[in-house]
Write a protein that binds this ligand. Sequence first.
Ligand SMILES: Cc1cc2nc3c(=O)[nH]c(=O)nc-3n(C[C@H](O)[C@H](O)[C@H](O)COP(=O)(O)O)c2cc1C
Length: 256
Amino acid sequence: MSITQNFTNQPNPAIPLNIVAVSGGLNTPSKTESLVQNIVDELAQATPINVHFIKLSEIGPLLSGAIYRNQLPERVQNDLAAIEAADALIVGTPVYRASFTGLFKHLFDFVEQTALVDVPVLLAASGGSDRHALVLEHQLRPLFSFFQAQTLPIGVYATDKDFTPEYTVSSQQLRDRIVLAVARALPILEWAPAKGQRAQAIKEKSAQANQQLGINKQVEQAEILPSVAVPDLSSAEARLHPQTTQSSPKNHPSVA
Ligand SMILES: Cc1cc2nc3c(=O)[nH]c(=O)nc-3n(C[C@H](O)[C@H](O)[C@H](O)COP(=O)(O)O)c2cc1C
């Protein structure tokens, strides 16, 4: 029996969601880490979650010298495997030169390019200025659209003035935005079809990817990372192009 056949169409709030939080902040303490932690805490109040928190402030120096995935130390390989197996991601970055930090992007350059198909991703960023709030829409959303992830409609942007000098959240506006983002995310997260089960299905495949993958090598999804969350596209394709798709076994077109 295939893994997909085990899923039900009913949300089951008793199964914890495997959430991977990623902060691109390079400083300690970090407003971005604080922001991401606040979002995680808000979500934890609403639904059971397991959290794997990846901080670029900790792993940045470990990955910055690596060009190929199999050059990464085990800790970072485990972080990549966690990202690829997550039920949902909460990602945040400080704005550096109007974009995400280079190390945040470097980490996601190692993520297998079909592993995040249909995975919900909540976007967050902190910047020095209100004027760069659209970093969520113009930098983060396109990156996760490349992965065919399901970027959630409400992102959270904070500026330096939303935090105390100790980097705890001080503004009511930011708190309200976090509550709204999580409230809007919840129905999508709780209906995620592979909730809690992606990790099991993808673990072995990530291990293979860690051994074999260079930064740009594409892996055939059917062989290496069958995304258990992804509905089979072949029946939809057959309705659209009955003549041409019958002989095509590919579930997903290449995103390269
Ligand atoms: C190298 C560098 C570049 C930055 N570029 C921008 C920028 O383009 N726009 C902006 O609004 N803030 C910019 N900032 C400010 C940071 O985004 C802001 O202080 C952020 O909250 C820092 O997050 P952290 O505490 O997690 O490090 C920059 C800061 C640094 C160090």
